[in-house]
Write a protein that binds this ligand. Structure first.
Ligand SMILES: O=C(O)CCC(=O)C(=O)O
Ligand SMILES: [Fe+2]
Length: 283
């Protein structure tokens, strides 16, 4: 058997009794930058995540963290998010109306959120810095998304000290119609880790996407699921370093483990690839 045959056989999973347990497309790739091919691979499902260590310098992380020590973090709604997650800035997933749309409360809260970030008086916009880094090699634009002509939030700082339970993020399922004024063909989650704990705080991603039967694993009202939902699916565990950025496909179920010994604070937002090849972000 030639080398090529054996690769093909392994992908089919049945070479001479060897059953391939690993999906070669379910990988986290470490890269010096967010390059064009890597973003395209993520959108195409040929990789699951891109890590960029040193995306932000220690000085920049320290500057944003220092400003955030003055900031009043709020917690996500306790019915939906437990254990408690602290957040500075406004996220649209907390402001869904009953009909699959965005409630008016989002826009009111967002004004306060924008004022809050401006009030930190940082000499630069950290979310713009992140968008610029994602867009460095991307041929389309990277801009803040709009809904009904209005700009959504550009990002939040989040501190999931007790972790995030197993969940997925997919605006096409969480909202009816288009969340943004443009049609999206893929969605990513972006995180820039500003500070990481001494232990814990890992991000785990499973090769499992939502299927209807999963709902029996979801406690009423919760954003997430009991861990049995992922069964024996393949997974990888990332231990982010401060300054590292992560872009991943959040349709794959993922979780953050509880932290101990230090704060785990990350800037985060969602990124949508539009049907025109641009990247539109929102929080
Ligand atoms: O903080 C992380 O590593 C991931 C958080 C998360 O759930 C997300 O970005 O969708
Ligand atoms: Fe998530």
């Amino acid at each position: 058997m030639s080398a090529v045959d054996s690769v093909a056989g392994n992908v089919a999973g049945n070479v001479a009794g060897i059953v391939e347990q690993h999906d070669p497309h379910f990988t986290a790739v470490t890269s010096a930058e967010f390059d064009r091919a890597g973003i395209a691979e993520l959108a195409a499902g040929r990789r699951a995540a891109t890590r960029v260590p040193g995306f932000a310098s220690p000085a920049m992380c320290a500057e944003v963290l220092e400003a955030l020590t003055e900031a009043e973090f709020e917690s996500y709604g306790a019915e939906r998010v437990s254990p408690r997650v602290m957040r500075f800035g406004v996220g649209v997933s907390d402001h869904r109306d009953g009909g699959g749309g965005v409630s008016g409360g989002y826009w009111e809260a967002l004004e306060g959120g924008v004022r809050g970030w401006q009030g930190l008086s940082l000499p630069f916009d950290p979310f713009r810095f992140c968008r610029d880094g994602i867009g460095k090699h991307w041929p389309g634009e990277v801009v803040v998304g709009r809904r009904g002509g209005r700009e959504l939030g550009a990002g939040v700082a989040r501190e999931p000290g007790g972790g995030f339970v197993v969940h997925y993020d997919d605006a096409s399922r969480e909202f009816s119609g288009n969340l943004l004024d443009v049609a999206l063909v893929a969605q990513f989650a972006f995180n820039l880790y500003l500070s990481v704990p001494e232990s814990g705080g890992e991000t785990v991603v499973w090769r499992h996407r939502w299927q209807p039967g999963d709902e029996e694993f979801r406690p009423a009202g919760s954003y997430g699921y009991r861990e049995e939902v992922v069964g024996s699916a393949e997974s990888f565990t990332l231990r982010p370093r401060a300054g590292e950025a992560l872009l991943f496909d959040p349709r794959n179920y993922h979780a953050v483990r509880p932290s101990s010994g230090g704060r785990r604070i990350a800037l985060g937002f969602s990124v949508g690839l539009t049907d025109e090849g641009d990247l539109h972000v929102w929080a």
